[in-house]
Design a protein around this ligand. Sequence first.
Ligand SMILES: Cc1cc2nc3c(=O)[nH]c(=O)nc-3n(C[C@H](O)[C@H](O)[C@H](O)COP(=O)(O)OP(=O)(O)OC[C@H]3O[C@@H](n4cnc5c(N)ncnc54)[C@H](O)[C@@H]3O)c2cc1C
Length: 581
Amino acid sequence: MEVLKYDLIIVGSGIAGLRAATAAAWASGGRISIAILSKIQAMRSHSLSAEGGMSAVLYPDKTGDSLELHAYDTVKGSDFLADQDAVQILVEYAPKEVRYLERIGVPWSREPDGRISQRPFGGMSIPRTTFAADKTGFFIMSTLFSETRRFDNINVYHEHFVTKFIIEDGEFRGVTAYDLKRGEFKFFYAKAGIIATGGAGRLYRFTTTAHSTTGETLGYALRAGLAIKDMEFVQWHPTALVPSGILVSEAARGEGGYLINKEGERFMKRYAPQRMELAPRDIVSRAILTECMEGRGFQHESGMCYVGLDLRHLGEEKINRRIPFIRELAHKYAGIDVLSEPIPVRPAVHYTMGGIHTDTWGRVLTADGKWVRGLWAAGEAAAVSIHGANRLGSNSLSECSVWGRLTGEQAAKYVLETSRLPAPDGKLLDVAKGEESRIFDRLLHKEQNAPSPYEVKKQLNDIMEEHFGPFRHGSSMAEGLAKLKKLREFSSFRVVDSSRVYNQNLKDALEVDGMLDLAMVVGIGAYARSESRGAHYRLDYPKRDDVNWLRHTVAYMYGGELKLLYTPVTITKWQPEERRY
Ligand SMILES: Cc1cc2nc3c(=O)[nH]c(=O)nc-3n(C[C@H](O)[C@H](O)[C@H](O)COP(=O)(O)OP(=O)(O)OC[C@H]3O[C@@H](n4cnc5c(N)ncnc54)[C@H](O)[C@@H]3O)c2cc1C
């Protein structure tokens, strides 16, 4: 086992991780050593596929937009579960981040007068989604990655799969990682860490997220004594291409696209008469599924029910200039020419509102609210929490950039103020060696009658789709939980590839192992929450219940069992009101 020492370890190289690295490098004047670990090639991180844009108030004098309006839209969109002090931080820092990204080279789309263009997005009362055509994530990622290459003190470890977070006496000590390329096991120890490992869309089968968006690190976080917040809130994006699930960005509706049922009707008038297609995602997704359930959807040969996303009236010039990628993918993956036919779409899992429990600045907290010294979380992996029960589109890239920066800066300061890092003692090394042995001696050479990780993942996806979907019910969730518990009894998997180098089979088993714990967190949180709020909709409790449920769910592991507790929502300005769109 190789032992490596760094001042700061960042797990994850999406927008949150890369932004944290550049912020820490700047804030420390290049004086601290930084390692970025990514289980895939850094530039293949899921953020790359973000399309529509990043929300920020840029020209309040010209557009009538304001920080207050952005904050209100976000809080209302969250169904009042967002912490309003955290939302305030988001809206204040987002414009600074757009300008920072511009300075380092992101080619934002522009208006003829040179201003950065902004488009409307669901739940936002004014166009404030800043974009680079419909390849925003790609441009931000490549620019940030190039920026990290300017610093000699940032080392990127591609294809290093983190298997464990090591925390001792309430303090972050390091991580263990499987180096896929060299087939070796490594222990990285450091003064500080930032977890930026993204979401967990792959708990479900029909999802817009990358195959790497599995969320196992959240399961590992639980085992390390950390807590997970609001995980029952899973976002379905209304418009995923049928039958593949590839995202058709909200930019399509932002630029004026309509949703139509098989009668050719713009059905959103029944569900959100003012905002129509640009209502928040939870509302639009449920509207599409209701159209299907009531027989007004189209039927695809795959058996999927869908509705049409109609762009025909936008015209070729606008489509080519503002959403060229959508035209391309509809053609490539559905054989559709958007100039003459609507695109077949239906809701798919897209985002996880919940994540690692942190305070508003991204400091990782235990269930009882204590900061784990030296540890932060940022991006989709964290629940700071600005999205509450439902994220508004384009608020995630802002969150990644804002909290990437804030956690990077804080971690740099902490490192500089913390005395010298001693070499790991025997006890710490034993923990790391124990993990190496768990993976290479036991998991890799397990007897052959353990279940295949692929079979377990398939069953996991089936359970999540069937019992924890967009319309939930207590009795179905109870059944789902019983199935999940049975699945969780598997503590090992059959890994048929016995080599150490590039063992994808081993990597897949490690992912499923963490996903099982995380799925349980979604399940017990959803079952316990007897109300409907944002993306969590219960047929047996169809109303929001602020008296009993205006609070965050915090899950943690105690004696090998998952437990829940609840913490209050921070309300600074806006009392909960009925959401109307
Ligand atoms: C198709 C699509 C389009 C989207 N478009 C938009 C948009 O236009 N605007 C918007 O605001 N939001 C959008 N979103 C949401 C947004 O893209 C994501 O929330 C955001 O990019 C997440 O970034 P991140 O930095 O938190 O994590 P990611 O970009 O997901 O990166 C996670 C990182 O963690 C690493 N990692 C994970 N597990 C491990 C492990 N065990 N060991 C080591 N490394 C690990 C991965 O290798 C990766 O580097 C979109 C989402 C989807 C699915």
